[in-house]
Each structure stands twice: as C-alpha cells, then as structure tokens.
Design a protein around this ligand. Structure first.
Ligand code: PLP
Length: 384
C-alpha cells in the first residue's frame, strides 16, 4: 500500500474535505495517472500546484525524480548553459546549425557517447581567421581513418560546414571544436547498426590571454597510451584527464608522460620541446608515439627563423631521455591551448636557471605573429 499526503492549493471536491491537505491511499503508485513535477502529476481535474507532502510506500521507494515535459527540459537546458559562450553548433543528425545553446546536444545512442567511438579536433579563431584549419582537418580525417569511422561528408564539405558554422556564430576570437563519430543507432559495441556516421561542431567564444610565465610539471604516474591510441585524437581522454588531475593535485601545471623505454612523450594536451647544448639546439620528441601536434609542427618550421638569426644552431626531432630533458637549458609545452609555455621546474628539478628562457619567448613571439599575420596556408578568412 502506498500512502501519499497531498497538499491542494484549494479544496477539491471529492478529494479533500476542504482543508487543502489530504491523504491518498493507493494500491500502488501506478495508480497515479500522470507523473511529473516533484515526482507526480495528478489527474487533470486536480488544480495546478497540487503537491506531494509525503510519500510512503510499503516497498520503501522514494519517488522524487521529476518527469519533465519538452518545454521544461528546454528551459532547464537553457538554464544549465547560462553564462556559457556557446555561440553556434552544427549537427549532421539534424542537418543544420543552431545558435540556441539549449539545442546544442548530441544523442545518447551516438556511439561516441557510450562507447567512445569518436574523434575530434579544434582550430583557434583569431581576429576572424581560422588558424591552421587545414592541418587540423587533415589530422581529424587521419584520426577518423584510424578509428575506422567513415566520413559523413567529403573533406571539402566538412571544411565548408565548419567555416559556415563559425560565420553564423559571428565569433571573431574563440575556438572551433568538431567531432566525427560512428553515429547514433543503438547501444551495442559494433557500429554496424548505426544509421550513419555523424559530424558535430561547436563554436565557443574565448578571449586568448597570453600567459608566458614559467610553470612546473610533474612526471605522470597514469599509464601512457600505447602509440596506436596516442597517435589518434579520439575522445578517449580518460588517461589525459586523470593525468591532469594528478598534476593539479601536486600543484603542477601538467603531467608529462614518459614511454616504456624512458623517452619523453608528451603532456595530456600538449607536446614538449627542449633547448639543449648551451641553449643552441631545439629538440622535440619524435611523433611516433604521441599526438602529432599542429602547434609543435608549426613551431618546428618557425624555429628555422631563429636558426637564420643565429639564436639557434639546429632544430631536431629525436628521442629525448628524461635525464637529458631534466638537464636541458630550457623546456617548453606546445599546443593549441597552451601555445608555447616555458617550464621552469620538472618534479624536483629546476630547468636551466629556473627562469623562463629566451628561446621559448622568441618562439612564442613568432607563433603569435604567425597567428596574427601568417601566410594564407595557416590562416583561413571566415566570411561573416
Ligand atoms: C595528447 C595531446 N598531445 C598534443 C596536443 C597538441 O596538439 P595541437 O598543437 O594540435 O593542439 C594535444 C592537443 O590537444 C593533445 O591532446
């Protein structure tokens, strides 16, 4: 037997003796014809505002999860997104762009959500240009191929959709993020029943504040991804998130992965580089076992300018041991989020003289200049 103590906003004939409070005894909760609000919605003939004061059930269920109407869901989603600068989203599932943050959702049966079968990438929006869009696009297509996700559209169409989404958003400084997923369909492991692969993209307003203060990093104790997964930018970032949390708990900016042979790999969302041999050689770990970072690759090209100026003698991609990394003259983190950030301490070891070095600063200046006024190969104008 279920007993509900019910509060009516005003006396209801047949249900309340006029006091506004009544006790309902039901054989089971399924006798309540509608469920909503604070757990229950009453028969239509009861007035709005009727509430459950107490529910006791012989099977001791406590039914207090609201069952929401469509409008209530939309209202709550709007509320949850308040203050977030999500300007526009494209979804191939609905075949269009929305600027309503409440509608920026992806289906739960998308295999990217419940199986992690999806890949993603980003591109910075700087002063109305997409920076390095084509390199990021090449990478997501490579990632999709490694994850055996067929392309929903050809490369040119994806590119056009991404640029149009930024255009519709009106965003001039921010971030474009996009995903290719196995798509919605069911909750199985195999994507064989997925209707079709999906493309999603979102534009987020963001002010880029350049911070070039040196940071501390720690060696990550979270197991490194095997290269077959580390080289794909998939949505499986659990090790990365745990590594980041571990670093933060230790008061550090990021965790650094070291591979099974003792060579330096990367951070959770950045590559690393070192200046060695008396401050004259820029060395970067090989990309075989880590994500091929667009920032790192671009920096390798830009660094040649420092060789021309005599600030560096050489730029090399090679295996770097932890021992060599910790006694480097300079260390830096490189990525779309961090840009180029000097590292001044790794675990207990200060790097160089424990201060930000000149090469990291010169490289950051070159990168910022490239972002502002680099060649068309790295800057795609958004037609607003
Ligand atoms: C694991 C990992 N390594 C490196 C990078 C740096 O790549 P990019 O410079 O393309 O942002 C990222 C970027 O998010 C990353 O997730």
């Amino acid at each position: 037997m279920t007993s509900l103590i019910v509060c009516f906003p005003k006396p209801i004939a047949g249900f309340s003796p006029g006091l506004g409070v009544d006790t309902w005894n039901l054989r089971s909760l399924s006798q309540v014809p509608y469920s909503s609000g604070d757990g229950f919605r009453f028969p239509r003939r009861l007035a709005r505002g009727t509430r459950i004061l107490k529910c006791s059930d012989s099977s001791s269920h406590s039914w207090n999860v609201p069952v929401l109407s469509n409008n209530e869901v939309v209202e709550k989603l709007k509320l949850a997104r308040e203050g977030r600068e999500f300007l526009a989203m494209y979804s191939s599932v609905v075949g269009g762009i929305t600027t309503d943050p409440a509608a920026m959702v992806i289906p739960l049966d998308d295999h990217m959500v419940h199986r992690g079968h999806g890949v993603f990438d980003t591109a910075m929006i700087i002063n109305g240009y997409l920076y390095e869009l084509d390199h990021h696009l090449d990478r997501i297509i490579r990632s999709a191929s490694m994850a055996k996700i067929p392309l929903r559209f050809d490369r040119e169409t994806i590119r056009r959709i991404l640029i149009q989404t930024v255009s519709v958003s009106g965003c001039r400084d921010g971030s474009l993020r996009y995903w290719l997923s196995a798509g919605p369909g069911d909750f199985n492991l195999s994507p064989s029943q997925c209707l079709e692969p999906a493309l999603y993209a979102i534009v987020i307003q963001k002010d880029f504040t350049i911070n070039s203060t040196g940071v501390k990093v720690v060696t990550s104790s979270i197991p490194i991804k095997p290269s077959v997964f580390a080289t794909v930018k998939s949505v499986n970032y659990l090790p990365n998130a745990l590594s980041q949390m571990e670093a933060e708990a230790k008061g550090a900016y990021a965790g650094i992965w070291v591979d099974n042979d003792g060579f330096i790999a990367e951070g959770p969302n950045m590559n690393v580089a070192f200046v060695v041999n008396g401050g004259k050689e820029l060395v970067m770990p090989r990309f075989d076992n880590v994500l091929s970072g667009c920032t790192a690759k671009r920096t390798l090209t830009l660094a040649e300018q420092l060789v021309s100026k005599g600030m560096l003698k050489s730029v090399k991609v090679m295996d770097v041991t932890v021992q060599d990394g910790k006694k480097a003259d300079e260390m830096m983190l490189l990525g779309s989020g961090v840009l180029i950030r000097p590292v001044i301490q790794w675990d207990e070891q200060f790097i160089g003289d424990g201060k930000e070095g000149p090469i990291a600063k010169a490289l950051l200046d070159l990168l910022l200049e490239d972002m502002r006024s680099g060649p068309p190969s790295v800057r795609v104008l958004v037609p607003y």
